[in-house]
Design a binder for this molecule. Structure first.
Ligand SMILES: NC(=O)c1ccc[n+]([C@@H]2O[C@H](COP(=O)([O-])OP(=O)(O)OC[C@H]3O[C@@H](n4cnc5c(N)ncnc54)[C@H](O)[C@@H]3O)[C@@H](O)[C@H]2O)c1
Length: 260
């Protein structure tokens, strides 16, 4: 039997990269998936692709910086499908910035989506999960939140540290309602965002993209950066019954870059 049969999942930022891989793995495991995405073209395209394969996958345009959008997403999912079993808080933004270059505008842009949006989406979904007697929340944090120095910028690292802390507090607040809250902390993962950050590092360092990427790969103990599916595999486990007694943890998928 598929591991997420009859489950209803919301995946934020599902249009590309890690979110797209998670949504695709969830569909493969039998879940109904709501694709919450700001980019309409990406959202419609993935919903069409997954539906063509026989899955129930719908796109709901959502800006994770908007509490009204988050409430509408949760309300519509509940009214269309009757329940919400899984939330994957994946949407996030960043760009390559030096310590002295971070502006207030950068800070607000990053924290509005990565920190505020993540919390209020957990809160809104947890209300439904509490009423139905349980659920699974998976926050996509980052090893940046544990101090990985080669991150895109300090404001982003702070937002991911916040995601890890809110995973712990969320887990302890929601455990009595049978709601598990865990984080995944990806390391270097080859997505569009990764290539955007690499291009920013090229501009600031004067090195070529190839030089930066090969130095980065060489720094990974297992000598291999992640594909989005490496994150999605763990996201399936954390959404399944197999992880019923796992909560409040932040799991690194990084080829051995960080140890805590
Ligand atoms: N790629 C990496 O190396 C890496 C490493 C560590 C952590 N992560 C984390 O993994 C997650 C996914 O990263 P990715 O590399 O797939 O990124 P990505 O930029 O390739 O994909 C992110 C998706 O989120 C959507 N999105 C952006 N802002 C949004 C908003 N306000 N509301 C709704 N959707 C929005 C984008 O349109 C896009 O489809 C993020 O939380 C990121 O911080 C990525």
């Amino acid at each position: 039997m598929a591991r997420l049969e009859n489950k209803v999942a919301i995946v934020t930022g599902a249009g590309r990269g890690i979110g797209k891989a998670v949504a695709s793995h969830y569909v493969r495991e039998g879940a109904t998936v709501v694709l919450a995405e700001i980019d309409e073209t990406l959202g419609h395209k993935l919903a069409d692709e997954l539906s063509a394969g026989g899955a129930t996958a719908v796109f709901i345009k959502t800006d994770m910086n908007s509490l009204a959008d988050i409430d509408a997403l949760v309300g519509q999912t509940k009214s269309d499908f009757g329940r919400i079993d899984i939330l994957v808080n994946n949407a996030a933004v960043t760009k390559s910035l030096g310590f002295f270059d971070v502006t207030e505008e950068d800070w607000d842009w990053i924290h509005n989506v990565n920190t505020k949006g993540l919390f209020f989406c957990m809160q809104s979904v947890a209300k439904i999960m509490k009423e139905q007697g349980g659920g699974k929340i998976v926050n996509i944090a980052s090893i940046a939140g544990k101090g990985y120095p080669a991150t895109s910028n300090i404001a982003y690292a702070g937002s991911k540290g916040a995601a890890i802390a809110m995973t712990r507090i969320g887990a302890s607040s929601l455990a009595r309602h049978n709601i598990n809250v865990n984080s995944i902390c990806p390391g270097v993962t080859r997505t569009d965002l990764y290539y955007e950050v690499m291009r920013g590092k090229v501009a600031s360092s004067g090195k070529s993209e190839e030089e930066i990427i090969s130095a980065l790969d060489a720094s990974i103990p297992i000598r291999r950066s992640n594909e989005p599916g490496d994150i999605a595999d763990l996201a399936v486990f954390l959404a399944s019954e197999e992880s019923r007694n796992v909560t409040g943890q932040s799991w690194n998928v990084d080829g051995g870059l960080m140890w805590d």
